[in-house]
Design a protein around this ligand. Structure first.
Ligand SMILES: [Mg+2]
Length: 187
């Protein structure tokens, strides 16, 4: 079967990683409880930054955020490796900008995520993911972002939301741990 995955905050804990970097750079110590309660995908509010300041902060730190030690979401790596060993096709569909495509692919490979040529897509807008998902005829797709998931409501494939504080209102099947994947695909 064909499985599609968003990367950031679906497979890896990017926001939390960025949150630690923001604390360090701003010389603050905003707590994890605040992070876990955030209702926005963006993290700037927790640091008292405006959207514009947050945007600038993110862009100035993006290399450090993307390519240092961002941890995988627990068990994501093992779950994808298992799919790969079972002979399933794994596709990545990330809205990270095009110029970060090659480095992201390399970084993901280095972390141990199964990667095959031609199965990595990046640089699209949220509402454009659906075109790729249709073209690839995926059987399953996983994402954390409400704006993406909302576009997929009427599609034939099985779509799952990776549980995060800012997507609890999204009313589609939910995955809270990657250990659930094995059961999902045998259903
Ligand atoms: Mg994401």
């Amino acid at each position: 079967m064909k499985f599609g995955f968003d990367i950031d905050d679906t497979l890896i804990n990017l926001r939390e990683h960025a949150f630690h970097i923001y604390n360090k750079k701003l010389n603050k110590n905003v707590g994890t409880d605040i992070f876990l309660a955030l209702q926005t995908l963006e993290i700037h509010e927790a640091f008292g930054l405006t959207a514009e300041e947050g945007f600038k902060m993110w862009n100035s730190l993006v290399d450090e955020i993307y390519y240092t030690s961002c941890p995988p979401i627990q068990n994501s790596l093992e779950a994808l490796q298992e799919l790969d060993h079972q002979g399933h096709e794994i596709y990545y569909i990330t809205a990270r900008p095009k110029e970060h495509g090659e480095r992201t692919k390399k970084w993901m490979t280095k972390q141990g995520f199964p990667m095959q040529e031609g199965r990595f897509y990046c640089g699209m807008k949220d509402e454009e993911k659906i075109q790729i998902i249709r073209k690839l005829k995926l059987d399953y797709y996983f994402d954390d972002k409400p704006a993406v998931l909302e576009t997929l409501a009427n599609e034939q494939l099985k779509v799952y939301v990776m549980n995060q504080s800012y997507n609890t209102h999204v009313n589609i099947p939910r995955i809270t741990s990657w250990t659930e994947l094995r059961n999902i695909i045998t259903q």
